[in-house]
Ligand binder design. Structure first.
Ligand code: NAD
Length: 356
């Protein structure tokens, strides 16, 4: 088995180093190879996703990814910006299913921005379609408006688009996942306004008939955003499109206390996956040694479970994370009075120690 290690930029390098340390103590037989991606790859090779990086990613069973991006690249042409590396990997590897579990650890219940009773015991799974929708739809661009009320003005446009097979496969992923959990799927759409999401709703409803044991309900995205902060525990599995999922999963992150706690997995139909924390490269704290590595460590656990067929090892990591939280260790993003503040490396070391 081979794992491609892509630390990226900013805190990416700091948090991935901790996850690699954790993987190494498991004493499993896999090969790890590290390559540049994002801004770091642009600096070294002139492209955020160089051929060699893509080749390694394609050859590997799984990719452990840190984060990419920095404000200093905001002026680059879009295809050269670090974030394009993630879109390129998703597209080239066909990583269409993004799993983002939002679990509120009992030890962190007071780090959440919501009241304790709303989040205690929270365990929801957001499944976001990752290779379609307005992020990839063509045509897109900037131009001089050729018609309408603003004729002659500069305008920009993107295309929201989903095909039936794309909706069918992500719906199946969601129903299959729900079968292994609370047996409920909420499909989030905007069918009242958008044609794309009327098709989405129709297709999810059809696929739902193949899963009579799973309860399906539909919710408009604006209401879903409201319900996520009003009564998040009423969700089990949420399935939605690329853009709505992008936004809702970050909101869900805050329910858990910190985006620094939230792992994610992006899978293709061969179970090859890219595993990364749900957050970005956090340039504001990069290099300070204070980033929370737990989302990345938990992403490594998801990797062992979904792509490398090592569920026991995944569970060992999850238990070790639970143990360090019980010991009261906290990076600043999840710190509260009465706990012990630690940095990135100390947190990684504590997980390693708990594993041993
Ligand atoms: P961000 O997720 O990097 O940071 C948002 C806030 O959360 C910041 O205050 C940051 O300090 C904090 N934070 C994030 N991760 C943390 C951690 N592990 N521990 C403690 N605090 C943490 O989002 P942003 O600031 O909007 O974006 C920064 C850069 O990251 C941009 O260039 C953006 O494009 C990029 N980005 C990359 C990815 C990715 O690589 N998948 C995802 C989102 C954003």
């Amino acid at each position: 088995m081979k794992i491609a290690i892509l630390p990226g930029d900013g805190i990416g390098t700091e948090i991935v180093a901790e996850a690699v340390k954790v993987l190494k103590v498991l004493d499993l037989k896999f090969e790890m190879e590290s390559v540049l991606v994002g801004g770091a790859a642009y600096e070294a090779h002139g492209h955020p996703l160089p051929e060699a990086t893509l080749k390694l990613a394609k050859e590997s069973d799984a990719i452990l990814f840190g984060a990419v991006g920095d404000w200093k690249y905001d002026k680059l042409d879009r295809p050269l910006r670090p974030e394009q590396a993630i879109l390129g990997l998703r597209k080239n590897l066909g990583l269409f299913a993004n799993f983002r579990p939002a679990i509120c650890y009992p030890q962190l219940v007071d780090a959440s921005s919501l009241k304790r009773e709303l989040v205690a015991g929270l365990d929801i799974l957001i499944i976001r379609e990752l290779t379609g929708d307005i992020y990839f739809g063509q045509p897109r661009g900037r131009r001089v408006s050729p018609d309408g009320h603003f004729l002659g003005s500069e305008e920009a446009f993107d295309t929201m688009r989903y095909s039936r097979p794309e909706i069918e496969r992500i719906a199946r992923v969601a129903f299959d996942a729900a079968r292994k959990r609370g047996k409920r799927v909420t499909s989030v759409d905007k069918a009242n306004v958008l044609e794309t999401f009327q098709l989405w709703k129709d297709v999810v409803t059809e696929i739902g008939k193949e899963y009579p044991d799973v309860a399906l309900d539909h919710m408009y995205v604006d209401n879903a955003a409201m319900q996520l902060v009003k009564a998040p525990k009423k969700f089990d599995v949420v399935v939605t499109g690329n853009m709505f999922g992008d936004i809702l999963s970050d909101a869900a992150a805050m329910l858990t206390g910190s985006i620094g706690m939230l792992p994610s997995a992006s899978l293709n139909d061969k179970n090859q996956g890219l595993y990364e924390p749900s957050h970005g490269s956090a340039p504001d704290i990069a290099g300070k040694g204070v980033a929370n590595p737990l989302a990345t460590i938990l992403s490594a656990a998801m990797m062992l479970r979904f792509s490398l067929n090592q569920p026991e090892a995944a569970e060992r990591i999850e238990k070790a994370v639970d143990a360090v939280l019980t010991q009261g260790l906290r990076t600043p993003d999840i710190y509260s009075e009465g706990t012990t503040k630690v940095g990135t490396v100390e947190m990684g070391n504590a997980v390693v120690k708990a594993l041993k």
